[in-house]
Design a protein around this ligand. Structure first.
Ligand SMILES: CC(C)(COP(=O)(O)OP(=O)(O)OC[C@H]1O[C@@H](n2cnc3c(N)ncnc32)[C@H](O)[C@@H]1OP(=O)(O)O)[C@@H](O)C(=O)NCCC(=O)NCCS
Length: 220
């Protein structure tokens, strides 16, 4: 189980922060974090519901992490175990996360697959997202897994979809020509691009596309 304390620098001031597994008593706060993190046009049905959160906690508690600053929950990250051989090349979020219920969690899987990561707007760019990601990397190493994998939304892509393919857009973000609020964040977290999924999630801002981004266990 994960429990760590650290100081996060918010406006230059250290603030005590805890990264830990979430449990039933956090569910209302986790849904508030989702509401604040995924405003319209993101579909409300994709915010966590309590039944999904209960499945995360029961099926794979090690993949259910949250970040707390003071007494406030400000971010969360959720993952399950899969074997990628069980899914096609161009997988989608619904299939690989069991619609967010993770009922397809495979305890023998070698890949820690990210279902979701979010941080509330007031605390963005203070390092919480990166600490959550770092904590999942530690989970990969702790469990002796091959890698972490996940589909990164590309919310900056929709505006260019009429002139660029998602692959070209991703190339431009990787070359530094453009910045994307999620893909640039993932690159800064050490994730490596491993392809593009074209019908990943109902997500207008990303024109429904996602960049599949990997982090390999450096010890395997
Ligand atoms: C993506 C998200 C989780 C990032 O969380 P965060 O706590 O703000 O990220 P951090 O502060 O840890 O940033 C880590 C690095 O990414 C960079 N970064 C973060 N947001 C960025 C942005 N919008 N544009 C460019 N770079 C960004 C930071 O500058 C930082 O770089 P550094 O390590 O070199 O200092 C957050 O913006 C979010 O919740 N977005 C909405 C939900 C969402 O779309 N989630 C992704 C689902 S696939």
């Amino acid at each position: 189980m994960m429990h760590k304390e650290l100081y996060l620098f918010v406006d230059g001031k250290p603030q005590k922060t805890v990264i830990r597994n979430y449990s039933h008593t956090d569910f209302d706060s986790l849904i508030d974090v989702q509401r604040a993190s995924f405003p319209p046009p993101f579909p409300e049905e994709l915010w966590w519901n309590k039944e999904q959160l209960a499945e995360h906690v029961i099926r794979f508690p090690a993949g259910a992490l949250c970040a707390e600053v003071g007494n406030q929950l400000v971010g969360s990250m959720t993952a399950l175990l899969v074997n990628m051989d069980d899914y096609g090349d161009n997988h989608d979020w619904e299939t690989i996360t069991g619609g967010g219920y993770i009922r397809n969690h495979n305890s023998n899987g070698d890949t820690l697959y990210v279902v979701d990561i979010c941080v509330i707007p007031e605390y963005r760019k203070t390092g919480i997202g990166k600490w959550l990601m770092q904590s999942m990397y530690e989970t990969v190493v702790q469990l002796g897994l091959r890698r972490l994998l996940g589909g990164g939304r590309m919310p900056g892509y929709g505006a260019y979809a009429h002139e660029l393919s998602p692959e070209n857009y991703l190339d431009q973000v990787i070359s530094g020509e453009r910045k994307d609020p999620v893909i640039t964040f993932l690159l800064r977290c050490g994730r490596m691009p491993a392809g593009v999924a074209h019908h990943y999630l109902e997500d207008e801002q990303s024109n429904h596309c996602a960049a599949i981004m990997e982090w390999r266990n450096p010890f395997i």
